[in-house]
Design a protein around this ligand. Structure first.
Ligand SMILES: [Zn+2]
Ligand SMILES: [Zn+2]
Length: 367
């Protein structure tokens, strides 16, 4: 049974970063295994300031009917509480076995199936601006301040996109690019390099709610075409083309010559040359007879095949984003590797996609 949108209430959506002390408390709250989240979002219906926020801090692998919740208030001096709580027993349809409320037993406010995405919050954008100001001068701030700023600068724009209902309108490749951005602060340390990357990405994402903006950047269509062309190539040609993109090295030209000292041939050029040769039934261009060239060719084919396999394991929009990055100069190893890593990292925000998708946990994904 679905609830009409007009009957839905917005989710509170206040977010806190999970520092090390809170991570330890989340581990200590239950002996069961389960990923500790690096960021927790209040999942209750929007509520008065006096009421506590509550969000899932850790799922329990073998206890799908409960989770470790974080309860906190807006007073910066009070410590958040971590409690393993059973799920609310209410269901949207009392006769269905699924579709239960994603909140805990005796939670305040309406049940999960009556809740809409996170609410608009006038403070959110101010927090993003303040965080970017800190990240722009990483040497002037402590590691702790940088971690807090990276969290806010990466995750709050994602919340804002959902609050403005723009998120579902983004293409799968744009969503993948935003997911990659929010994965950046999920690691243990935010240094100047990472701070700079977050600052560089931020305007493209915050630009999405400027009037007339409907895409993160151009080029997704071209990346889709390159992916399709790669897919159509015979295996050995595809492995060689992708293998040659693994890092800047000697160039592959349309005639199959390798010219020392040149930068890597761009993906679109390498692809159309390979496509033409493969369609004409030509054999792969022979490498030079020296040991180094022979080894290079073997490595191209081996790595190229492996990279294709890893690329195809990503969700479609993530594949397009990886190809976009390769086409714009990233090595295939770096582009595909960092998308794969991001897919793993965002699980610590409760987002499980691709090989980590878990349909039975969908109701636990932040709205
Ligand atoms: Zn709240
Ligand atoms: Zn409920």
């Amino acid at each position: 049974m679905s609830t009409s949108p007009s009957a839905l209430v917005r989710t509170c959506g206040v977010r806190i970063r999970v520092p090390e002390t809170l991570q330890l408390a989340l581990w200590a709250a239950h002996e069961e295994r389960g990923i500790v989240r690096h960021s927790v979002l209040c999942e209750l219906a929007e509520h008065l300031a006096e009421q506590c926020h509550a969000g899932v801090g850790r799922l329990l692998h073998h206890r799908p009917d409960q989770a470790v919740w974080v309860l906190w208030d807006d007073d910066p001096d009070s410590e958040p509480q971590c409690l393993a709580l059973k799920d609310c027993a209410n269901r949207a349809d009392p006769h269905a076995s699924q579709d239960s409320c994603n909140l805990y037993t005796d939670h305040p406010g309406p049940c999960g199936h009556q809740l809409d995405t996170v609410r608009p919050d006038s403070h959110r954008l101010g927090l993003v601006d303040a965080a970017l100001t800190v990240l722009k001068e990483p040497d002037r701030h402590s590691p702790l301040a940088l971690s807090r700023a990276a969290h806010d600068a990466a995750l709050l724009p994602w919340d804002e996109l959902r609050a403005r209902r723009l998120w579902p309108r983004l293409s799968p490749a744009d969503q993948a690019a935003v997911y990659h951005h929010i994965s950046l602060p999920a690691g243990p340390y935010i240094g100047p390099f990472l701070a700079q990357r977050i600052v560089q990405n931020a305007p493209r994402i915050t630009g999405l709610w400027q009037p007339g903006a409907d895409t993160l950047r151009g080029g997704a269509e071209q990346a889709e075409q390159l992916l399709e062309a790669l897919e159509k190539l015979p295996d050995e040609w595809r492995s060689m083309v992708l293998g040659l993109q693994r890092y800047p090295k000697t160039a592959y030209t349309a005639r199959g010559r390798c010219e020392d000292g040149q930068a890597r041939t761009p993906l679109d050029v390498a692809l159309s040359a390979a496509q033409r040769d493969a369609d004409a039934g030509r054999a792969l261009p022979a490498p030079a007879a020296d040991a180094s060239s022979l080894q290079d060719r073997a490595e191209d084919r081996h790595r190229g095949g492996e990279l294709w396999h890893v690329l195809r394991e990503l969700p479609y929009g993530w594949q397009v984003e990886a190809i976009h990055r390769i086409h714009h100069g990233k090595s295939a190893l770096s582009a595909i590797g960092s998308m794969t890593e991001a897919l793993d990292r965002i699980r610590s925000y409760g987002i499980s996609l691709g090989r980590y998708a878990a349909p039975d946990l969908d109701r636990r994904t932040p709205r």
